[in-house]
Design a protein. Sequence first.
Length: 330
Amino acid sequence: MNQATNDPAGTPGQSPDDLEAMLAAARVPAAVEGQRCGVIAIVGKPNVGKSTLLNALVGQKISITSRKAQTTRHRITGIRTRDLTQFVFVDTPGFQTRHATALNKSLNKTVMGAIGDVDLILFVVEAGNFTLADAKVLSLFKPGIPTLLVANKLDMVNRRAELAPWLKSMQERHPFAEFVPMSAKNKGDIERLFDICAKYLPEQGWWYGEDELTDRSEKFLASETVREKLFRFTGDELPYTSTVVVDKFEEEASKQHKRLVKIAATIVVERDNHKMMVIGDKGERLKRIGTEARQELEKLMDAKVFLELWVKVRSGWADDEARVRSFGYE
Ligand SMILES: Nc1nc2c(ncn2[C@@H]2O[C@H](COP(=O)(O)OP(=O)(O)OP(=O)(O)O)[C@@H](O)[C@H]2O)c(=O)[nH]1
């Protein structure tokens, strides 16, 4: 049988009809007519709601959110397939303009990498607001990639009438393809955004399975989940330079559980007093961070999870380029 595929003239004893049928079966299915697929970058300064938007679009928590600015450090893709269109989203770290540490340089490079080669950019700002930090992000965009102005947190705008002159002034700043005043927390607005984005994606076959949500590993999701709990339970006390490194991520065979995953992670902070802050009174806070992260990971991975957490002080790590790389930021 195999021989026949390598020999288009056919093997003795095989009719041309058989061969035709066999070749047809081996062919990669062509894209279904009307299918679309493309990459959408979500870009904006810190804290404008990019992660909230990505999570709403993907329909599951992929990127961590927090009230603290600059909690997103990695380029994260979320995938969503609706009707005939597959949307591949890229989240980017908030563009840092104020401090020039090695960590910030690495973050800015990630932003640049993310918007160079996409089909559509969602430039997220707070509705009615445009600051120097927004202008710096906008100045990075290459001409030619359609860009939507997503005026987020519309629910926070009291006087809607004032938005029209603001939108007009935004059109003078950049040739935006469309304006989308919306709230990332409003389901109807998210639906509308899907319809708007679909038009800008090229007609081609899908790259991922219909149900895939992210191309990130479970190990990555583990570090993101611990990081989210870390910031949630330390409030605004802990500087954003704290990070989480997963030292061990192992799946073990188990008779009792469908899946059993053992994870060990280290929370890296810059100072001794930050370490105390994370550990809390009699270790209470660290315990809470660990418990909540474990419960969430069990749901996300559909597995029994053992999570071991450590806290280490590494002063000045955010200023040290080699160390930034060793923690997984390119
Ligand atoms: N009222 C309101 N709040 C929002 C909306 N979207 C996001 N937020 C809030 O804004 C804050 C920042 O949201 P994030 O999604 O973490 O922002 P981000 O742009 O990803 O931030 P970085 O990770 O720092 O770049 C959170 O407290 C969100 O709950 C919205 O439409 N309306």
